[in-house]
Design a protein around this ligand. Sequence first.
Ligand code: ADP
Ligand code: ADP
Length: 225
Amino acid sequence: GAVLELRNVSRSFEDAGGTLTVLQGVNLSLMPGQVTALVGPSGAGKSTLLHIAGLLEAPTGGEVLFQGQDCGDASDWERTLIRRDGIGFVYQFHHLLPEFSALENVMMPQLIAGLSRREAKERARQLLNLVGLEERETHRPAKLSGGEQQRVAIVRSIANVPAVLLADEPTGNLDPHTAEEVFRQLRRIISATRIAALIATHNHELARAMDRVVELRDGTLHEIK
Ligand code: ADP
Ligand code: ADP
């Protein structure tokens, strides 16, 4: 079954000009090992949808279910635990910690989750190997190329093997060739780990290479592949 499910989700914002409805009647199920691309023009609500799916903000209406549990019924603390252990995030800009090496950056979430330094280091090494960065372990982010930084951010986001990966324009600041390469590796990791992934992107060509494509248009979600 679905790992993460949005049921009839709506989101609107109140401002001086009235009510802005960004999402309306959105239904979406994310399945293990499946990569869903989320497309739509700038301002269509992709980030808003990802924030709701990631339990970072509440929908105005509808439900968000994580492994069958209605997150609207959960306490703030329970939602924090679901986010920490169940959901990985990748952003357009990598948010790596500048003072730490690539290896330490990937170890960090595992240390926070309670793994020993030794275990965390071993897994971080395996993950960096997986994306061809074994030679870059000791480098700080500033010493890595944009594509390398983004690969570190991706393996960091899945270091704790979350059930769900949410990515907001993960290759948005990369050149087309590097973007394609990062996407390819992301895809490989996802099928190997059976993570359910939702990836917002402007790049329709990359989107079409995903298992499934959904598009936000006028606040509603359309299945286009
Ligand atoms: P996308 O990620 O597709 O570019 P967003 O989800 O960032 O779109 O934004 C969708 C719309 O919602 C935009 O019109 C944006 O201005 C509006 N919006 C997003 N967050 C807020 C907020 N906190 N308050 C008011 N309006 C918001
Ligand atoms: P009430 O029980 O008063 O209707 P809710 O259960 O809808 O309130 O929400 C309680 C708090 O949890 C609010 O701060 C809301 O923003 C937040 N919240 C509810 N559902 C979610 C969700 N799916 N993700 C993140 N925060 C949520």
